[in-house]
Ligand binder design. Structure first.
Ligand code: MLC
Ligand code: AMP
Length: 492
């Protein structure tokens, strides 16, 4: 049997999968490029047999061809962040025990030194053009992807999903949001996270729809394409809607009218990956007439809850379980909550739920309770819809839609020669959701934010670098000597 995304692509072979001002690529072309890449990766082997292949390719047709190539050859895809630091790449490659990095020609030189130091093969996607050969049979229970996600341990964990998990995650959204081959969507999110990979690319390619890829979120270019009424669908994180609102408020009247007409013409606009403040939801409706659809998901489970495509879209709420997904609320060490208005932890079950964390049997086991995945997010049911109340762990932050581990950032800051102790927290921020904030005790001298940020530059991805810094004489601690994060927050 062929992989579901591949057989879906055959159905839509003549349709345009990717389009931009310069070029367009059909599904047939993606299929043949991916077969060449698969053959190049296989070489003399018959099956990559779940070897991990890291993907370092910019958004666009080659990204999808490379992803399918890895899958068709039987490998596991590990997409890595284009803008990560070398230390972050090294961690990702060693944690997932990667054997090959598949990079595009523009990015290959940036990782070549690391690959040779680590003894990892580097293949350039553009150079894999050999004739396609026979592909192995891939069972759908086979592992397909590893996404690194930050959490309650200091280093990111690899979330492993199978081909079946991925297909289930995509099917649920295609059904709920009524994707069709007529859809056109911009893609400006990073492609090492589930939002871009599943909700945008996965659903579009399942449906035979057309993607316009941007290298990054380029506000001016996106707005000009919206004005041209280029899209039927739009999916973004709350930070992007905040930036769009401020751009629309600053635009002159003629520009605002044409951009608003472009947004108004879309059939659906979705927000997710972090809480969308009700005020932003309402401001967007006032400005554009579009009611944003907010949904809730997680790397480990795909999407779980969504406001209705045809029905109520309630500001401040994330809606009801998506097709094929079971959700329950559980009181800590207590019963399953059956009624409304009582908070509990969101727990999820269903075919989209991940297989395990890579090489972490204990963390994998601990993340399930009676077969349900424990999200670590608290919510309450109100009039049939779930509302997210916050997280169980103070050590997980969301900034710009990125999940960050306070512990991971603290571990890096402690390498700074002047920093004796530190605590990282997230402070509420209108644009970013939470702003990464470091509270530090110094060994000696002074430390200003610009100098700290500069020092962090080649140690942490830009979105992990503290935006605020406070130097204190001592960190607040409890009787056990443990830093109390709520008391750290209270310093502000
Ligand atoms: C960047 N900057 C930040 C920042 N990120 N400042 C504070 N906090 C952050 N988090 C700063 C940079 O240092 C830079 O400063 C300036 O902003 C511009 O940087 P940029 O990278 O060009 O920013 P921009 O492109 O505007 O980025 C905003 C963004 C991006 C929202 C497009 O953060 C993004 O793509 N976020 C989405 C992440 C995502 O896909 N998450 C989904 C995870 S999956 P200077 O000084 O240099 O100008 C998931 C499951 C689910 O969550 O439910 O979907
Ligand atoms: P990630 O681990 O990057 O996949 O991020 C998943 C986390 O993002 C969830 O556990 C939530 O904390 C958060 N999240 C996603 N969607 C929403 C939403 N609509 N509202 C609030 N939080 C969200």
């Amino acid at each position: 049997m062929e992989l579901p995304l591949i057989s879906r692509a055959r159905v839509h072979a003549s349709r345009i999968a990717y389009q931009d001002a310069q070029s367009s690529t059909t599904y047939a072309e993606l299929l043949s490029r991916s077969a060449q890449i698969a053959s190049g990766l296989l070489g003399a082997r018959a099956d990559l047999a779940e070897a991990r292949v890291a993907l370092l390719v910019a958004p666009g047709a080659l990204y999808t061809a490379a992803q399918w190539g890895i899958w068709r050859a039987g490998g596991i895809k590990l997409p890595i962040c284009l803008s990560a630091t070398e230390a972050e790449w090294e961690y990702a490659l060693s944690d997932a025990e990667v054997s090959t990095v598949l990079a595009d020609a523009a990015n290959a030189p940036r990782i070549a030194g690391l690959c040779s130091r680590m003894g990892i093969a580097l293949r350039v996607a553009e150079e894999l053009t050999a004739d396609a050969k026979a592909m192995p049979e891939i069972g759908l229970e086979r592992r397909a992807m590893i996404l690194h996600t930050s959490g309650t341990t200091s280093k990111p964990k690899g979330v492993v999903t199978t081909h079946d998990n991925i297909a289930a995650q995509i099917r649920s959204l295609v059904q709920a949001w009524e994707w069709t081959e007529q859809d056109r969507i911009p893609m400006f999110l990073p492609l090492h996270h589930i939002h871009g990979i599943i909700n945008i690319l996965g659903c579009a390619q399942w449906s035979g729809a057309c993607v316009e890829a941007f290298g990054r979120f380029d506000l001016e270019r996106v707005l000009s394409r919206v004005s041209a009424q280029a899209y039927t669908l739009f999916m973004a994180v709350p930070t992007i809607y905040v930036k769009l609102i401020s751009a629309l408020q600053q635009a002159d009247e003629a520009q605002r009218e044409s951009v608003v007409a472009g947004f108004r013409a879309m059939r659906l606009m979705v927000s997710g990956s972090a809480a969308l403040p009700a005020s932003v939801h309402e401001a967007w409706t006032r400005l554009t007439g579009q009611e944003l659809l907010e949904r809730y998901g997680m790397t480990e489970i795909g999407m779980a809850l969504s406001n209705l495509y045809r029905g109520e879209r309630r500001p401040g709420a994330v809606g009801a379980p998506l097709p094929g997904v079971e959700v329950r609320l559980k009181a800590e060490n207590g019963p399953v909550i059956e009624g409304e208005d009582e908070p509990g932890e969101i727990q999820v079950r269903g075919p989209g739920v991940f297989a395990a964390y890579w090489n972490r049997p204990q963390a994998s086991a601990e993340s399930f309770e009676e077969g349900w995945f424990r999200s670590g997010d608290m919510a309450v049911r109100e009039r049939g819809y779930y509302r997210i109340m916050g997280r169980l762990s103070v050590d997980i932050l969301k900034s710009g839609g990125y999940k960050l581990s306070a512990l991971e950032i603290e571990a890096v800051l402690l390498e700074h020669p002047q920093i004796a102790e530190c605590a990282v927290i997230g402070l509420p921020d209108d644009t970013w959701g939470e702003a990464v904030t470091a509270v530090v005790v110094l060994r000696a001298g002074r430390l200003e934010l610009p100098a700290l940020r500069e020092w962090c530059r080649d140690r942490l991805s830009v979105y992990k670098i503290p935006q605020r810094l406070k130097v204190v004489e001592a960190l607040p601690r409890n009787a056990m000597g443990k830093v109390t994060k709520p008391a750290v927050k209270a310093l502000f």
